[in-house]
Design a protein around this ligand. Sequence first.
Ligand SMILES: Nc1ncnc2c1ncn2[C@@H]1O[C@H](COP(=O)(O)OP(=O)(O)O)[C@@H](O)[C@H]1O
Ligand SMILES: [Mg+2]
Length: 365
Amino acid sequence: MARIQFENVTKYYGNVLAVDKLNLEIRDKEFVVLLGPSGCGKTTTLNMIAGLEELSEGDIWFDDEIVNFMPPHKRDVAMVFQSYALYPHKSVYENIAFGLAMRKYPRDEIDQRVRDAAARLHIEHLLDRRPNQLSGGQRQRVALGRAMVRQPAVFLMDEPLSNLDAALRVSMRAEIKELHQTMQTTFVYVTHDQAEALTLADRIVVMKDGIVQQVGAPDEIYEQPRNMFVASFLGNPPINYLEGELVASNGRMAFRRGELTLALNGLASTRLKGDAGRKVVLGIRPEDVDDRNAPVDGGAIDGHVNFVMPIGSDQFLNMKLEGEELFFRVGKETRHRNGEEVTLAANLDRLHLFDQDTQKSLLWD
Ligand SMILES: Nc1ncnc2c1ncn2[C@@H]1O[C@H](COP(=O)(O)OP(=O)(O)O)[C@@H](O)[C@H]1O
Ligand SMILES: [Mg+2]
C-alpha cells in the first residue's frame, strides 16, 4: 500500500527554483500523470519520490511516514526512465533479474518473476538476446519488466515512451494502462504529451515553472480548465482564443468582438452579470461547433473558410474570424470549400472565458 503526500515541497538547484511549494496527495493504487512542458519540474518531482533528489523545503510522506531522508533502496519504488538504461552486456533475462539478484532473492523466485513479467510483456522469446539486438519498443518492455519484477508499492515512470515512434507509443500506452490494472499499485507517470496524459491518468497534475496549475480527472481538466495555460496545453489542435468584451444583450450576458456576439449560457450569464464592459478572452475548442444544425439564438459564428483540411473521420476548417485565424473541427457530411463563407453553430455550454490580465477562468475556480 502506498499513499504519497507532498507538503509544501520546494526544490532549488542553486538559485533555480525547480519545484515551488508542491501540495499533492497521490492515493493508493492511483494513476497520476505529471504533465507540463520541458523544464516545469516533472522529473525533479519524480526524483524526490524516488529519493534521488533531496528536498530543499517541505515533507514527502509515504503512508504515515516522512521519507525525506530515506535512501532510495529503502523506498518500495521502482523507476523506468526515458533512456531505458539497460546493461548492454547482459541478456534480457539478466537485465530483468538484476535488481532481484542484487537483493539476493532465491534463484527459483527470480526465475518465476522474470518469466511472469516476460509473459505479461510478450517478450518471452527475447530473454536470451542482448539489448542491442532489440527494437526500441522491445527495449522499453525490458525496462518495464525490470521494474515490474520488484513488485514495488510505487511505480515511477519518466517519459517512458518518448523514444518510440508514434504508432508504438499509442499501443504501448494501452499496455501501460493494462499493467496498472493488473499490478494494482500506485503509478506516477511523467510526460509532456497531453494525449498520453488524457488516456492514462486517473488524475492529471498540470505543472508550469515548478508550480501546479491544476489537479483533476482528465475530463475535468479538459472541460473546466482554470487558466489559459491549462486550456491550451490540453487539446490538439489547441483551443482557439479571441479577445473581446462582455456585453449585456437581450437580458443575458454575451461575448462580443466586432460583428461576433456569442450569448453565454445561464450559469455563466448569472455568474458574470454586472461585468459588462470587462475585457475578456473567449476560448472555444475546435470541436465545440457544428455545421449540421442551425445555430440557436446568439450562437452563430459567421466566418470565411481560408482552407479545409480533411482528416479522414472529420474536416478541419481554418477560418478567418474578426481578424483572427481559428481552427474548427466538423463532421464530413457537408463538404466545405476553400474561400467559402460559412455559419457554424457554437455549443454555448462549452464556451470558456478568461480574464485578459490574470488569464484565469471566469467560470471555474
Ligand atoms: N541537476 C540540476 N541542476 C541544475 N538545474 C537543474 C537540474 N535538474 C533540473 N534543473 C532545472 O530545474 C528545472 C526543472 O527541471 P526538470 O525537473 O528536469 O523538468 P522537466 O522534467 O519537467 O523537464 C529546470 O529549470 C531545469 O533546468
Ligand atoms: Mg524531465
